[in-house]
Design a protein around this ligand. Sequence first.
Ligand code: ATP
Length: 269
Amino acid sequence: MKQSVSKARPLPSISLADVGGIQGEMKEEIMQTLSTLKDPERSLKLGVKPPKGILLYGPPGTGKTLLAQAIAKELGATFFSTSGSAFNEMFVGVGASRVRTLFQNARKQKPAVIFIDEVDALAGKRKQHGGEESEKTLTELLVQLDGGHSNDDILFIAATNRKDMLDDAFLRPGRIDFTFNVPLPDTKGRKEIIEIHTKNRILADNVWNSLDELAESTSGFSGADLHSLFETASRRAVRNEKEMISKEDLDFALDRTILGSTTRTLQNQ
Ligand code: ATP
């Protein structure tokens, strides 16, 4: 049976406004990159080559997938999304064939963005990666990334929490042209993310009034933690048949989220 490794979505509904905490230099670089991709001919006339591949790296839950979706939406591109681990196969040639199929499908639906999350599972350093099969799969990825004109109007975006694990050949310019660090958000970034995740929720007045304080007190929280915080608070309000999120719901959710992230940290130690 032929297995599909990627999900193609015609146009992601996520836009750049849904990604909080992208500020300063990074925002400027992303906007510049997008403008070269939107009008490659004009950029080429000015001697600027549009990027073929972008790497997003940073801790889990900081919005790398969200950002890739937003970039695809800005470009009006079909979004092909998969994970590096989907290519790990023990059967001969299956991983490499999946890589080929992914690129072939994207070429049929240009403009396209190919997004591979956890790319370290596919493009890890060859010596550490181990196994002839994984090496063949990585080689196929490099071949596909070097596809020349057949890759026009295709942007490759990879994401990882472990940039140090990636093979140098994969990171070579022409394959990966830009690398963006997507760190944990600072207070200002957390405030933006909180605004995004409270936009469509009904909050009690004292919760609204405590959002600045919440942004300040949640150092170390990722965007995913903040999303989960409001999801948990909303669920508690619904469970208690309330019409809005109260301060008690938020405090309950905060305890839950802190407990959850402490457990994750302990498990990873
Ligand atoms: P991983 O490294 O684990 O794959 P990631 O960096 O790709 O994580 P996402 O999958 O984009 O993180 O984030 C998960 C969810 O957390 C998002 O769908 C969104 O609800 C929320 N989120 C994370 N980061 C942000 C952000 N910067 N702005 C707004 N929401 C965010």
